[in-house]
Ligand binder design. Structure first.
Ligand code: OOG
Ligand code: NI
Length: 457
């Protein structure tokens, strides 16, 4: 068996991402509508902005754009999270970043499973935002015990999925037939269930504590709750959504609209109310929604600090959680505060605010071997022998994620938790540490500089 060629984890991820998207489109038709709208908008943007088309061609993002998406799931126990880590590892996905959403009233902490190397991201940039419920935040001891018992009874992975994970770990990979079966079996974990594992009354009790708690505890598994395609112009899609029968949330999360996009902008439409059979009665539950994202350049620690400072200043001045009523003022405040953030790639690079990829230009390659050619990176850039392109942000933003969660939980019940952020506990549950995303961006940037040096020797 081990003599058969292994399928690359990147190809398994690519296949899984496609299978997941097909499953979700079958189950949630509005996701299909959103995919079409995003594809149409992206085509239009690429046709009307040749400069952007060229930039995305050079970085490879244009080639990966149509298959680019992220999903999100929520689990209930350390064991579930640890097994998910092993499942995602089979597909070359590792836990990157730690996000604590408790300060925003959402009783979870999270990581994003994704590929980490630019060449792997190029094959498939699929990411899964994965949250672990913090059961210790349930105040009522009986309810907490009930939730723990319900979670302890369930098994969210099929026996074949577990066997194939083990096989991949022991043999260093899966062959083609095993990879196909793995994709099918792994998909089962993320499927929607029309039946709950609890009574209607138990569901209500959990839900009264927090809707998220009911969403995790009352079901057989961590259904995928959204899949998010990447658009090149989120304002255009947001404006076009109502025409397609989709009502977006009032405010786009993340930075304001800019010429040079930074980090991540996101918007979503509310979760659908879906019929559920409880063990003793019929009712409904809403969990699944649609979201779109627009990705911009990754920021350095200095750039991120400036982003956080400006975001906080705008929110402080708004004096309330952004909502339908204050959306206009929020947009205005954001635009105003973010004037302090340079909106030109050259300036962002010079001020050390963002990460870039460096490319040897035709001019640079033509000058190879010439005695008087420039030597330093700065001189090469000035001479046009090297050009920069923004390094795309591959991760998430905690304040935005909290906004996405809230819009789907109904903005009504805002919980307040005094609990501290607990990265160590999360990593203990996960079974490893989370990777620092900033280090990944710095490494990709450095590899591109090294490649330029090589090419222009
Ligand atoms: C995850 C919400 C966060 C994002 O894109 O920031 C998220 C969830 O609702 O489970 O997906
Ligand atoms: Ni999302």
């Amino acid at each position: 068996m081990s003599s058969t060629a292994h399928v690359s984890p990147d190809d398994i991820r690519k296949g899984f991402s496609r299978a997941m998207s097909d499953m979700y489109r079958d189950e949630v038709p509005l996701y299909g509508a959103l995919l079409e709208l995003v594809a149409e908008t992206n085509r239009h943007v690429l046709d009307s902005d040749p400069g952007l088309a060229q930039q995305l061609q050079r970085t490879g993002e244009r080639q990966r754009l149509d298959m680019e998406r992220h999903g999100a799931i929520r689990v209930g126990t350390a064991a579930e999270l640890a097994t998910l880590r092993r499942l995602f590892a089979v597909m070359g996905m590792q836990p990157v970043g730690y996000y604590d959403l408790t300060p925003a009233g959402v009783p979870v902490h999270s990581t994003a499973f994704r590929a980490v190397h630019e060449s792997a991201l190029q094959t498939s940039p699929f990411r899964v935002f994965t949250s672990l419920l913090r059961l210790e935040l349930i105040e009522n001891p009986e309810l907490r015990a009930f939730a723990e018992t319900a979670l302890a009874k369930r098994s969210i992975f099929t026996p074949r999925a577990l066997a194939l994970i083990e096989h991949a770990e022991q043999h260093g990979g899966l062959d083609a037939a095993q990879a196909d079966e793995f994709i099918r079996q792994a998909l089962e974990t993320f499927r929607w269930h029309h039946t709950a594992t609890v009574t209607g009354a138990q569901y209500r009790q959990l839900s009264d504590q927090h809707r998220l708690i009911a969403d995790v505890v009352a079901f057989k598994g961590p259904h995928i709750n959204h899949l998010t395609p990447r658009t090149l112009d989120i304002d255009q899609v947001q404006a076009a959504m109502p025409g397609k029968g989709i009502t977006p949330k009032a405010v786009i999360e993340g930075p304001p609209r800019r010429r040079c996009p930074i980090l991540l902008r996101q918007t979503s439409f509310k979760a659908l109310d879906e019929p559920i059979a409880f063990t003793d009665a019929h009712g409904s539950h809403s969990a699944r929604f649609g979201e779109i994202e627009q990705r911009g350049v990754a920021l350095t620690p200095k750039g991120r600090a400036l982003y956080d400072q400006l975001l906080n200043a705008a929110r402080d001045e708004l004096g309330a959680f952004p909502n339908e009523a204050n959306a206009g003022r929020y947009t205005q405040l954001m635009a105003q505060h973010f004037q302090a953030f340079p909106d030109e790639h050259g300036q962002m690079r010079e001020q050390g605010l963002a990460y870039f990829r460096y490319f040897a230009t035709g001019q640079g390659l033509a000058a190879r071997g010439q005695a008087d050619r420039p030597r330093t990176l700065e001189a090469l850039l000035r001479a046009g022998h090297v050009a920069i392109e923004p390094l795309v942000y591959e991760d998430f933003l905690p304040v935005s994620a909290a906004g996405i969660f809230q819009s789907n939980l109904g903005d009504t019940a805002q919980s307040h938790y005094a609990a501290n952020s607990n990265r160590a506990e999360f990593e203990q549950a996960l079974g490893c540490t989370t990777i620092d995303e900033l280090q990944l961006y710095a490494q990709t940037q450095q590899r591109s500089i090294d490649a330029c040096t090589q090419a222009l020797l």
